[in-house]
Ligand binder design. Structure first.
Ligand code: MG
Ligand code: ZN
Length: 223
């Protein structure tokens, strides 16, 4: 049976060139935030715990300043808009699965990706410090405490029907990459794919992904 292609694309460091959470922390967090980052990357603490801790370092009163800053510094990776158009032309559903936070993910994708195709974390600025909300937490099959659980989202798509393509750059994409049919990786995710024997195609711009997907369609007709 032919499988239908579906794409799950990370946001920070993938759609945008830099990681927006890291950019926010560099600009606003007190010293010590980097220890938390290292603990996340070293998998000593979960992503949910780490990201929650990072944002709890920031006072809610800085909401406008933080939002303005993050929107002003974010740069969308080359080819992303062409890639969105390509997926529409080809009828391949494109979901953004992001460990990023709603207050910057939604505005940066406004008019490009509809909100019902974006999975990300939420935020609450009503308390003293910023609190992150987790509307897409791990299901029973994931013990990774992801925060926004990419493998949980992928599991909702029947593997016998869907050819799942994961695009990402970091540790937060690893669990999704493990159950993908095809992975496009850059940066730290390349190392992690190699460590875990996951086959991947490296990329730097979305034009390369368009090229690769176009070639595969010629070879296999429809995945
Ligand atoms: Mg990322
Ligand atoms: Zn999970």
């Amino acid at each position: 049976m032919k499988k239908t292609g579906v794409i799950f694309c990370d946001f920070d460091g993938t759609v945008t060139e830099n990681d927006n959470i890291i950019a926010i922390m560099k600009q606003f967090a007190p010293l010590g935030w980097e220890n938390i980052k290292e603990q996340i990357l070293g998998q000593q603490i979960s992503i949910r715990e780490g990201v929650g801790k990072l944002f709890s370092l920031l006072p809610s009163s800085k909401k406008d300043e933080i939002t303005e800053f993050v929107l002003s510094q974010a740069k969308v990776r080359d080819g992303f808009h062409a890639f969105v158009d390509y997926t529409k032309e080809q009828g391949i559903p494109l979901y953004i699965v992001s460990g990023g936070i709603d207050f910057f993910v939604y505005p940066l994708l406004q008019g490009v990706i509809p909100e019902d195709h974006i999975y990300c974390n939420g935020s609450d600025f009503t308390g003293e410090s910023v609190r992150i909300l987790w509307p897409h937490a791990c299901d029973d099959a994931c013990g990774n405490d992801c925060g926004c659980c990419k493998p949980t989202i992928l599991r909702r798509f029947d593997s016998s029907k869907y050819h799942k393509i994961v695009i990402g750059d970091s540790i937060t994409d690893l669990q999704a990459a493990k159950q993908a049919d095809e992975v496009f990786a850059r940066d730290f995710l390349i190392e992690k794919c190699e460590e875990n024997n996951i086959s991947y195609t490296p990329f730097e711009t979305f034009y390369e992904i368009i090229d690769q997907l176009s070639k595969r369609r010629l070879t296999y007709e429809h995945f």
